[in-house]
Design a protein around this ligand. Structure first.
Ligand code: MLT
Ligand code: ZN
Length: 478
């Protein structure tokens, strides 16, 4: 997925001198990194889906932690809310302004430390892209295990702030499982740093774990110390065609039990594949269409093909299978799954839901979700894909009004009824905020409010994202 990439502006693109806050920020970071001009602000004001956009007061691009401190102090003194932004690949409107905020872009914090092979860790600035981080680890013979299609644009700060998941959570966990240290700046410009890289450190609250997934509402993350894992040189990908989601789940349970080298188990459906073939190109390896596709990847130091083949065995669920071991063939199978996001966007502005479900509710959800969508938006269609190994489905609805809320409401209510979560990996952002009280109990939301109040008493960090405003806690969505 390629996101709009905020290019470095030219020196002539600086701030207008009319806004006193802009003048103050120019003193801190230089005129070329304070963007007040509408054209220059634009790439930072709309999210990747195009569903969420707002006008920023200005965009500021600090170069390092010291400049982030200075920027936050100035905004805090002025009582102006800020929206931290990484690569702007978020899908829930959590990194774009609602109106009038200062967008603090962290993309210039792109320092990347030397890989510590002894500890199997690396320190990365908030602005380092996922692709750069992964390439850096690979050069040292190691692997940064979180990965997903927006790898060229997504950045470390945003990934930590959203606890990004992706395609290898099944084996390695999401971003929180990789974070062994964090550096962040509080709303009033104090630095909190836990960067020693101690794997075991029970000295009090785990602030790194708390800030991971806090979506820019508690502090601005400037650096992270990240765990690296062994790099497996031998990989096999199998695209398995099955009859339905029930068959996909049964087969996956069998492979999980039989193939410890399994590291990805993704699912997509005939409708999604058709969109991918139409918009992104590629070719299906099968002579005929099938209802559901399960993409499996195993990785190990020794060729895991036999292990995967044994695990699949003679399973009756397998209607057809394509196997790839060399890099280009594996990439071709992966692109059928990874191109879903862009292919769907090419059809229109989707309503993107990202739910997780208990294993025993998955079949019911898949059976009912199309009906509940059709009941509220007769002309809409739901495209499903996602990370079956994590019980995580992405429900992308096309043909419905992206400004409406009926589809979100219908799908999220079904999810909660079935015991699932309203956000598996994309976060709450603005998009799911109204439904948080449907999912989290009142006491849970009160504690969330207390944490927010302790770290950001004036509510200046990413207001309108993740934390329901006090008056709305306990409020039920329409
Ligand atoms: C994915 O799994 O491809 C990402 O979460 C992006 C998306 O949901 O569109
Ligand atoms: Zn995903």
């Amino acid at each position: 997925v390629s996101a709009p990439s905020p290019d470095t502006p030219t020196a002539t693109a600086g701030a207008s001198s009319e806004d006193p806050l802009a003048v103050a920020l120019v003193e801190e970071v230089g005129a070329s990194h304070v963007l007040t001009d509408a054209d220059l602000r634009a790439p930072f004001e709309t999210d990747w889906t195009r569903r969420f956009s707002g006008t920023a007061r200005l965009v500021v691009r600090p170069a390092d932690t010291a400049e982030v401190v200075a920027v936050l102090r100035r905004c805090h003194e002025a009582g102006v809310p800020v929206v931290p932004q990484g690569g702007n690949t978020g899908l829930v409107g959590g990194g774009v302004p609602r109106g009038g905020e200062v967008v603090v872009s962290l993309s210039r914090l792109d320092e990347l430390g030397e890989v510590d092979r002894q500890a199997s860790q690396v320190t990365a600035g908030a602005g380092v892209s996922l692709a750069t981080l992964r390439a850096h680890a690979a050069e040292a013979g190691l692997n940064y295990p979180v990965d997903f299609a927006a790898r060229d644009s997504a950045t470390v700060g945003g990934m930590v702030a959203t606890n990004a998941g992706g395609i290898r959570v099944l084996r390695y966990g999401a971003t929180r499982s990789q974070v062994v240290g964090i550096e962040a700046v509080t709303v009033d410009g104090r630095v909190v740093s836990r960067m020693a890289g101690l794997v075991k450190d029970n000295a009090g609250y785990d602030l790194a774990a708390l800030l991971t997934g806090s979506e820019g509402t508690l502090a601005v993350i400037t650096r992270a110390r990240l765990r690296l894992v062994p790099s497996f040189g031998e990989r096999v990908v199998a695209l398995v065609a099955v009859e339905d989601i029930d068959a996909a789940q049964r087969l996956l349970a069998q492979v999980r039990a039989g193939a410890p080298s399994l590291e990805a188990a993704e699912v997509f459906f005939a409708e999604g594949l058709a969109l991918v073939l139409r918009h992104a190109g590629g070719i299906t390896p099968f002579a005929t269409d099938h209802p559901v596709y399960l993409l499996l990847e195993c990785a190990a130091h020794r060729d895991p093909t036999e292990e995967l083949a044994d695990a699949l065995g003679e399973a009756a669920e397998v209607l057809d299978v394509a196997v790839a071991t060399d890099g280009p063939s594996r990439a071709r199978l992966w692109s059928l799954r990874e191109s879903h996001t862009e292919a769907i966007n090419a059809e229109g502005i989707p309503i993107k839901l990202d739910v997780s479900l208990p294993a025993d509710a998955m079949v019911t959800f898949v059976e009912r979700v199309h009906t509940v969508v059709a009941e509220v938006a007769w002309s809409a269609r739901a495209i499903l894909f996602g990370h079956l190994g994590d019980g995580n489905l992405h429900v992308n609805v096309l043909g419905a009004d992206p400004d409406g809320h009926e589809v979100d409401d219908a799908v999220l209510r079904l999810t909660v009824q079935l015991g699932g979560s309203i956000s598996a990996e994309h976060g709450i952002g603005q998009a799911k905020l109204d439904w948080l009280p449907l999912y989290r109990e009142a006491t849970d939301l009160e504690l969330t409010g207390s944490i927010k109040q302790a770290l950001d008493p004036a509510g200046l960090l990413n207001p309108g994202v993740l934390v329901p405003r006090p008056a709305r806690a306990g409020h039920r969505p329409p």
